[in-house]
Design a binder for this molecule. Structure first.
Ligand code: SF4
Length: 356
């Protein structure tokens, strides 16, 4: 039995290797392990990592792709913790999921913990005894919160399928408790015609019993600092600089920014939007800088600019150095392990989403 270890500190020997050699060593490992090894890369990863990933995508795509990797013994997830946890939840018992830097977390996911969510749930369900309430957790959340949803007839969602999930939920339940990203929840519910008076923000005990009772959607008070960096002023400024510009932003941005833009969508939908735009278009994008730069290189016939540069330092923690180190320690280093009990319940919520 191989001994597993958690270690975020890259050994010196891996700091001294240049990118050319790192790349060659990673390619060698990929060839050696062939289909026994799969490297997944989120769109926000730096180019050098994306270049070596076997599969790339946004959270939903990677979740679906991770669930299909039945041949791989080792799944190395170049993304942040909650994504690697989801891959572990959906993997087979014999598969090992690793993350090159275990400190690559997500501040948005960290906004909600199980104690806070259970407290709010108790209060909301006590007040609304005659209503059917569903918890929905954005995939950017701790595995324990996905398990909570699994236990309470709830479901997960991603920014790609939030509208579908919320529609499905509203057809079956009277009220939604959505966490941890308030903006995705608000933007999705508003786009479905729910009035702002019925979309309320839970902030500890700020809401009265009447407000909780009358709400259609109760949102957790979390946000992503990368996507809330965009403001309506950035939108206005970009429009005045480029009168023909089309602006697309991620739905983790504020409603004001989404309303001022031409479109909003997940990273996968943003890529599609750029691909479908006619040659010669100018498109300003409100999402993480690494993806915007890559799209700019991929579509030289279009002018692709950032709405403003906004960078996710956690995604950037993964690099060729710690990827090479991970591949040299397959099966042992920085293994992501969700406990069986949490895995069981979280899988229910994830599979409910994947089945939609
Ligand atoms: S971009 Fe935002 S939501 Fe995505 S990993 Fe970074 S902090 Fe989390």
């Amino acid at each position: 039995m191989m001994k597993k270890k958690m270690n975020p500190i890259l050994p010196d020997e891996y700091r001294m290797i240049d990118d050319f050699e790192l790349k060659n060593r990673i390619i060698e490992k990929k060839e050696q392990y062939s289909s026994r090894l799969v490297i997944l890369g989120h769109h926000y990863q730096r180019d050098s990592v994306i270049e070596l990933a076997d599969l790339t995508g946004d959270s939903l795509e990677l979740c679906q792709k991770a669930a299909r990797q039945r041949k791989a013994d080792f799944i190395v997830f170049c993304g942040v913790q909650f994504m690697a946890e989801s891959a572990d939840i959906l993997s087979e018992e014999n598969q090992i999921v690793q993350i090159p830097d275990p400190l690559a977390g997500c501040p948005l996911a960290d906004f909600a913990n199980i104690e806070g969510v259970e407290y709010a749930w108790q209060k909301i369900t006590d007040i609304c005894k005659d209503q059917k309430i569903i918890p929905i957790t954005y995939i950017n959340s701790d595995a324990e919160l996905k398990a909570f949803c699994g236990r309470h007839e709830g479901i997960t969602c991603t920014s790609s399928n939030a509208a579908k999930v919320v529609k499905w939920a509203l057809e079956r339940f009277d009220k939604i408790f959505f966490f941890p990203d308030q903006h995705l929840g608000r933007n999705t519910a508003s786009a479905m015609g729910i009035s702002s008076k019925q979309i309320l923000l839970w902030n500890e005990d700020n809401l009265s019993d009447e407000e909780i009772d009358g709400a259609k959607v109760i949102l957790w008070n979390g946000y992503c600092h990368v996507h809330t960096a965009f403001t309506p002023e950035h939108v206005q400024k970009t429009r005045s600089q480029f009168p023909d510009v089309k602006i697309i932003v991620h739905p983790e941005s504020s409603k004001e920014v989404v309303d001022a833009s031409d479109a909003s969508g997940s990273t996968g939908q943003i890529i599609q939007y750029v691909e479908n735009a006619p040659a010669g278009s100018t498109i300003a994008i409100g999402t993480e800088t690494n993806l915007v730069n890559r799209l700019n290189q991929m579509y030289p016939d279009k002018k692709i600019i950032p709405l403003v540069r906004s960078f996710c330092p956690n995604m950037f923690k993964i690099n060729l150095n710690n990827l090479c180190w991970t591949l040299d320690n397959l099966g042992t280093l920085n293994v992501v392990e969700v406990s069986d009990a949490i895995k069981h319940d979280a899988k229910i919520a994830l599979n409910r989403m994947l089945a939609l």
